[in-house]
Design a protein around this ligand. Structure first.
Ligand code: XIL
Length: 379
């Protein structure tokens, strides 16, 4: 596979024919900001950087073969996150079967192209997403569970240190139905301390990396218990002195559609975010996309609602100077995990990301750009 450096890619993009080929078949207008490759076009990561933010995307190792996708990532992003390659189910699918190849390939791509990298995630504290062999493990003592966490986290976070500048130390530990911690082999052996312990182990292995607790509580109706549980967990981590820097707000909207982001829900959501920043934590928007499962099939209508929601959601979130990261969960519709998750009944392709499946920028990209331009400066 030919790899271009970021500089080479940008030089290539200076030629409009090549830019058009990279962005899609025809050099049609992509936004009022201009066509990719022209002077008017400003990459999202530059707009973000100008405000003290980082912009990037998740990507799977398989997508390294999609050259048109890579052009978009190189052009728009300053940060990469592995969609699945740094998860435990990829790295350690069986005991002692270490598999770093996909995670290394993505880290190499990031490094070769001058992108930063976030790590997602050291422990996905959700039995559905732990390999069976681990779910079936009964650690005899808390010490045995600690030894596993030390060795796994030490090996993974240590391998990519200092390149990976930030990790989701723990993902989705709170059960949205009860607000309590989900049970895992680690909590069975160690109790809630398992969560704190993972943060300490991550700090030891990657002392320079910021550490986040990441979860999918959102502004949506029915997320109240989840939000309360997450606040309780954050308070616990902080009072136990765990080295946590930020809350990762995944920013998927799944149950509620973009036109259901009402002022009332926004007020309740703002109260939650106020609590989080009041604890001294930063905010990372780690997995932004917009699900359209229940919207009608009309493309123009969906794109309009999604773009309008995107602008409103990001305006609110970027109004907090504590919000430091904006990561999209994929940049091109056809590669979005949402095509398979909560599928549409009419089987029409979803439009959850910034670029359509022909690699053309959509109104959603314009909404992200506008929100970044409007965002207040942060240190
Ligand atoms: C998803 C990936 O996008 C899918 O490819 C995979 O099959 C399952 O995981 N919250 C998270 C992410 O923290 O890791 C999930 O990613 C999406 C929801």
């Amino acid at each position: 596979m030919t790899r271009f450096t970021r500089r080479q890619a940008l030089t290539l993009l200076g030629g409009s024919a090549v830019a058009a080929a990279c962005a899609g078949q025809t050099p049609g207008p992509v936004s009022p900001e201009g066509v990719a490759g022209t002077d008017a076009f400003v990459p999202l990561h530059e707009l973000a950087q100008a405000k003290g933010l980082r912009f990037g995307t998740a990507m799977s190792a398989g997508q390294l073969d999609d050259l048109r996708y890579l052009e978009i990532v190189r052009r728009e992003c300053g940060v990469l996150v592995a969609e699945n390659a740094h998860k435990l189910y990829t790295i350690l699918p069986q005991p002692d079967a270490w598999n770093f190849a996909p995670g290394d390939a993505l880290a190499d791509f990031a490094q070769d192209n001058g992108l930063g990298m976030r790590g997602h995630t050291l422990i996905w504290s959700h039995p559905r997403w732990l390999p069976d062999w681990l779910n079936e493990t009964e650690f005899a003592t808390a010490g045995e569970a600690e030894a596993f966490l030390d060795s796994y986290i030490g090996r993974v976070a240590g391998r990519y240190s200092p390149f990976i500048y930030s990790w989701d130390a723990i993902n989705e530990a709170v059960d949205p139905a009860t607000g309590e911690l989900r049970e895992t082999p680690f909590t069975r052996a160690m109790g809630p301390e398992a969560i704190d312990y993972a943060f300490f182990a991550a700090k030891e292995a990657a002392p320079g990396a910021t550490l986040a607790y990441n979860d999918y509580m959102s502004w949506e109706g029915g997320h109240e218990t989840h939000r309360t549980g997450v606040l309780r967990l954050l308070e616990r981590l902080i009072s136990n002195g765990a080295p946590i820097d930020a809350l990762g707000i995944q920013s998927h909207s799944n149950e509620d559609m973009p036109n259901e982001y009402t002022p009332e829900k926004q007020r309740a959501w703002r109260a939650f975010v106020d609590e989080v920043v009041g604890m001294g934590l930063d905010i990372y928007l780690t997995e932004f996309d917009v699900n359209d499962t229940d919207l009608g099939p009309d493309i123009e209508m969906r794109d309009r609602l999604i773009a309008s929601y995107t602008r409103d959601y990001l305006d609110l979130m970027l109004s907090y100077p504590q919000t430091k990261e904006l990561l999209a969960w994929g940049m091109v519709d056809k590669h979005s995990w949402l095509q398979g998750f909560m599928p549409r009944e009419d089987d029409v392709e979803k439009r959850p990301t910034l670029y359509d499946s022909n690699y053309q920028a959509k109104p959603m990209r314009e909404a992200v750009a506008a929100a970044l331009r409007a965002a207040p400066d942060r240190a």
